[in-house]
Design a protein around this ligand. Structure first.
Ligand SMILES: Nc1nc(=O)c2c([nH]1)NC[C@@H]1CN(c3ccc(C(=O)N[C@@H](CCC(=O)O)C(=O)O)cc3)C=[N+]21
Length: 284
């Protein structure tokens, strides 16, 4: 059996064309959604990701508010820009590109953000709302995983899901989305403290590998026909992106998301969805 591809690029493109229509409808009502980004320092990867996000915005008609600060920026200078975007009516939602330079108190910066402008869906208030089943912008990568599964008809209701990893951006919020009544999945959260990871993986209908550990999930760990989402990234000796899932898994799984080309583009698409939904809430 060769797995069906959970194609993040094509799915993200479909989401962006739907957003283009919604943005045009908002502009008819005099509202132009705007994505703000606060980028501190000169890390080439961060500059590349932020540039990609603003290219995505241009594609669908979302305005860009780009704020860049030098690596020498102080805590106060960064927090001043956060306050400015909180107040800026042209900014519908924004992100502070992580990581921030060493010595900056990241949590203090993030907690200063207006939760209603939190395009990442990772503000403590919004993660709290998720726990309380209250409406809130959803964390982009976990929501991207869900959207990818739904768009390809993978059964989530009642599914045995194993999430590998417990990071703030993916591993920890992923079970919160999957166990909502609208999804009704049963989730096991595995991590570096898990005793027999393979035993958990082998009984999973869906595996979300978000540990950042190269080829952690091997063919022998996967139940034939399972859906496997390769989310975690690490770099090999040559600096090339390597996923958490061994390529041989594609011979056993029923569905697999490529990495790159799977959940990554979905993360970027869900960011745009959060910005457009925030703008739509402002006109309702
Ligand atoms: N506040 C904040 N929010 C973020 O969402 C955030 C962040 N900071 N800091 C950095 C990470 C990284 N990140 C990626 C998103 C998409 C791809 C992506 O689309 N990757 C492509 C490959 C891109 C390539 O080839 O390098 C893919 O998976 O197909 C990668 C990385 C979001 N981040």
């Amino acid at each position: 059996m060769t797995a069906q591809i959970l194609d993040g690029k094509a799915t993200a493109a479909a989401i962006k064309s739907d957003l283009t229509v919604r943005v045009a409808a908002l502009k008819e009502k005099g509202v132009t959604p705007g994505l703000g980004t606060i980028l501190v320092g000169d890390d080439p990867g961060s500059h590349k990701y932020v540039a990609g996000k603003h290219r995505d915005c241009a594609e669908v008609g979302i305005a860009s508010i780009q704020r860049e600060l030098p690596a020498t920026a102080t805590q106060d200078e960064i927090e001043a820009v956060v306050r400015e975007l909180n107040e800026d009516p042209a900014c519908t939602g924004y992100i502070v590109q992580l990581p921030l330079p060493r010595g900056i108190d990241e949590n203090r910066v993030l907690e200063l953000m207006d939760p209603d402008k939190d395009a990442d869906g990772l503000h403590p208030m919004n993660l709290g709302r998720l726990v309380l089943n209250e409406p809130a912008p959803l964390p982009c990568t976990p929501n991207g995983v869900l959207t990818l599964l739904r768009r390809h008809g993978v059964e989530i209701k009642g599914a045995e899901v194993v999430v590998v990893g417990r990071g703030v951006t993916i591993g920890r919020p992923m079970p919160l989305l999957l166990t909502r009544r609208s999804e009704n999945a049963t989730v096991t959260q595995c991590h570096t403290g898990t005793r027999d990871l393979s035993a958990h993986l082998r009984r999973a209908d869906i595996i979300v590998a978000a540990a950042g550990s190269a080829h952690l999930v091997r063919p022998e760990d996967v139940k034939p026909g399972a859906a496997v989402l390769d989310v975690g990234v690490s770099r090999n000796a040559e600096g090339k992106i390597v996923g958490d899932v061994h390529p041989g898994v594609a011979e056993v799984a029923g569905w697999i998301s490529p990495n790159p080309g799977g959940v990554g583009p979905m993360t970027r698409a869900q960011l745009l969805v959060n910005v457009v939904e925030a703008a739509e809430r402002s006109v309702d």
